[in-house]
Design a protein around this ligand. Structure first.
Ligand code: C2E
Ligand code: MG
Ligand code: MG
Length: 667
């Protein structure tokens, strides 16, 4: 096409009757129109398409159109070429692209002149001529021809390079570009008619063009605000659906794979916000957004969905989409710098790709969301949707949503399981265990919802509730003269919460309970997941006078010497070892040596999961041990426990509806 354009230029240069032409052009109007055309090209109107893509619309067309009769085809083409070259230079366009532009403009201006000459019967190379009102229809039709030829040449190239059909390009352009252009042509028509009256009359025409600049700039600003996130400048959630649908449309009837969707969620972003403040949180989001934009492939679109959630729409198959997910996480490997801080921001990603995981934007979105949730839950970091975790995950998501309300509606409550000193049979402590009475599902086991709460951050309000309830109950027991300790379970996430010691101290003061009566249980695995921070938090808790117990001891990988270094107070041997010591000799050996070692290290020993009298007898022979288990007392409501602890003997009368709570016996 470039060659055709160049031939056309040579043709114009040779056949243009330049000397006569230059002698007869009206100088003032020609210069005015030329300047207006060049200005319109280098300072285009900015439009924002429905797809959120910014387009520019040059306003040179009407002035070039007016030049076609006023100054002749040669000068009209020359002005258009100067304008387009100036624009190419300004934008440092590649030579190939600039050549294409040159050819494209030459051909479209020539097409306009051909139409004009043909309708009015004037020669193609005819010299300057006056334009009368009666010539306007011909001139406007010539303008339409100019725009259409121009547009078809561009659309053809876009279609060849992207694989989109010309029709798709046409639909994207018709409203914003083509129609506006055609409307602007009327300015060209008037300019041609008033050119006779000199440059002064023409100057008045600048007003509507300037007005169109101002209006479209304002409209583009509004459209930008509606489709973009104001904090990061990325596209927003509403626009994600548009992009997805558009990606489906343009992928053609035989879809090889794609589009793909990557949903990204920052890990523990709330902690940054809470501890460092919202301005820092905002800056993190901005920087994360910029990094995503940098690594995203050219044809993809990056969105902020709100909060700390981002999305990338990928025009590619499963492998390409997963690669984008990996690139996203890799982009966050380097710390984010905010003020003088260096913050490590981690994220998880969920991937869903059409047609494998959905045939429309909405399904893809839902499934990528499930994959993301799965990535968080399993700590996989990147997870691709699979039908298998669909049902399971939807169920868990629902439960999680319910848990959020449960905290407000009082569906959670606390039961207490007693611990007895096996040497003298005294009740010495109780363990607080949370229960959830779900309005539809009935009693939900702690094992079912605690992991959900841990992964969502809801564990913080859950623990706060348990601690508050348990300490209030302990204060009542202390007031009635029962000197018990209270054990409360902590999750791994609490061990990196530097605010926990202060929160515990405040709760103790609020309820007037001495710190020495509170035992906080943590598991070995929880400590080992972030030992340095756990060390700090546990140390601060112990300084308060609170005891630390290792729960489920034996199921993790910690060595006793390591735990000793952590300065703990109590060891709870897991029930998987304890419940079998009557029958399994190996278990007996393990429990016996663990008890001996723990006592030698001056730790309090609690044996969990005592389910029969034989186990009690066996444990008694192994040293000074505290026992907990169904045989001694199931977890029960405080009131049920009161009746037993009041007499320190006998069997509680009231059985709870909770299968894991029930009668309490003394040793
Ligand atoms: P855990 O801390 O080891 O709590 C003891 C669990 O063993 C309780 O289950 C208790 O009902 C059960 N159990 C007690 N004696 C026996 C026995 O003789 N045989 C058998 N088979 N089981 C016995 P529960 O209440 O379902 O709690 C399960 C786990 O959920 C707890 O294990 C603890 O890790 C967690 N959990 C419970 N409440 C809370 C809480 O308030 N916060 C946190 N973070 N975790 C909690
Ligand atoms: Mg426990
Ligand atoms: Mg335990």
């Amino acid at each position: 096409m470039c060659a055709v354009g160049l031939v056309a230029i040579v043709f114009l240069a040779v056949g243009g009757h330049w000397p006569t032409l230059l002698a007869s052009v009206p100088l003032g109007p020609t210069i005015f129109l030329a300047v207006a055309a060049i200005a319109g090209e280098v300072k285009p109107v900015r439009l924002l398409g429905e797809d959120g893509e910014e387009r520019t619309l040059s306003t040179s067309a009407p002035f070039v159109l007016a030049l076609i009769p006023i100054a002749g085809i040669g000068i009209a083409v020359a002005v258009q070429l100067v304008a387009s070259l100036a624009d190419d230079l300004l934008h440092r366009r590649a030579l190939r692209k600039s050549l294409f532009n040159t050819a494209q403009y030459t051909l479209s201006v020539m097409a306009a002149r051909a139409v004009y000459s043909w309708i009015l019967g004037v020669p193609f190379f005819g010299g300057p001529m006056e334009v009368h009102a009666g010539d306007l229809p011909a001139l406007l039709l010539a303008g339409v021809a100019m725009i259409l030829v121009n547009w078809f040449l561009v659309a053809g190239v876009i279609s060849l390079s992207t694989g989109m059909t010309v029709w798709t390009v046409f639909r994207a352009d018709v409203k914003d570009l083509l129609l506006t252009n055609v409307v602007l042509l009327s300015v060209g028509g008037i300019a041609a008619v008033v050119a006779d009256d000199g440059a002064g009359a023409l100057a008045l025409l600048a007003a509507p063009v300037i007005a169109s600049h101002l209006f479209t700039a304002a409209a583009a600003r509004h459209a930008h605000d509606a489709t973009h996130d104001s904090l990061t400048g990325l596209r927003n959630r509403g626009h994600l659906y548009y992009q997805l649908e558009h990606a489906f449309d343009s992928s053609g009837p035989v879809r090889l794979g794609g589009p793909g969707l990557v949903l990204v969620d920052l890990d523990h972003f709330k902690d940054f916000n809470d501890t460092l403040g919202h301005p820092v949180g905002d800056e993190i989001l901005r920087q994360v957004g910029a990094r995503l934009l940098e690594i995203a492939p050219e044809e993809s679109s990056v969105h902020r969905l709100g909060g700390d959630e981002f999305a990338v729409v990928v025009r590619g198959d499963l492998a390409q989409t997963r690669q984008v997910a990996r690139d996203v996480l890799a982009a966050l490997d380097a710390p984010v710098h905010v003020e003088s801080l260096e913050l490590l921001v981690r994220a998880s990603a969920g991937v869903a790709v059409a047609p494998l995981h959905g045939d429309d934007g909405e399904t893809l979105m839902k499934n990528a969301d499930i994959a993301l949730y799965h990535a968080k839950l399993e700590r996989d970091r990147i997870s691709t949707f699979s039908q298998e975790f669909d049902i399971n995950t939807v169920e868990r998501l629902r439960l999680l949503a319910d848990l959020r309300t449960a905290l407000d509606t009082g569906e959670l409550h606390v039961v207490y399981q007693p611990q007895f000193d096996l040497t003298d049979g005294r009740a010495v402590a109780v363990e607080a265990l949370v229960r959830w009475r779900h309005p539809e599902r009935g009693m939900v086991r702690a094992d079912e919802f605690i992991p959900l709460a841990e992964n969502s951050g809801l564990i913080f309000p859950v623990t706060a509730f348990v601690l508050e309830t348990a300490l209030a109950q302990l204060a009542r027991w202390h007031a009635s003269g029962r000197n018990l300790r209270m054990s409360v379970n902590l999750s791994a996430r609490h061990l990196s919460d530097q605010g926990l010691p202060q929160q515990v101290a405040a709760a103790l003061t609020r309820h007037g309970v001495p710190a020495s009566s509170l035992v906080l249980e943590v598991t070995e695995t929880a400590i080992l997941s972030d030992p340095a921070r756990a060390d700090l938090v546990l140390h601060a808790l112990r300084r308060l006078g609170v005891s630390i117990a290792i729960d489920d001891y034996g199921t993790g990988n910690a060595s006793l010497s390591y735990l000793r270094r952590l300065e703990i107070d109590e060891l709870k041997i897991d029930r998987s070892f304890v419940s079998n010591i009557g029958a399994d000799h190996h278990d007996l050996i393990i429990v016996r040596s663990t008890i001996a070692l723990a006592l030698a290290l001056d730790l309090r020993v609690v044996a969990e999961g005592i389910e029969d009298a034989e186990t009690v007898t066996a444990l008694r022979g192994l040293g000074h041990v505290i026992g907990q288990g169904y045989h001694l007392g199931r977890p029960a409501e405080a009131s049920a426990l009161d009746r037993v602890l009041g007499t320190e003997q006998g069997v509680a009368t009231k059985e709870s509806s909770d299968p894991t709570t029930g009668p309490i016996r003394s040793v």
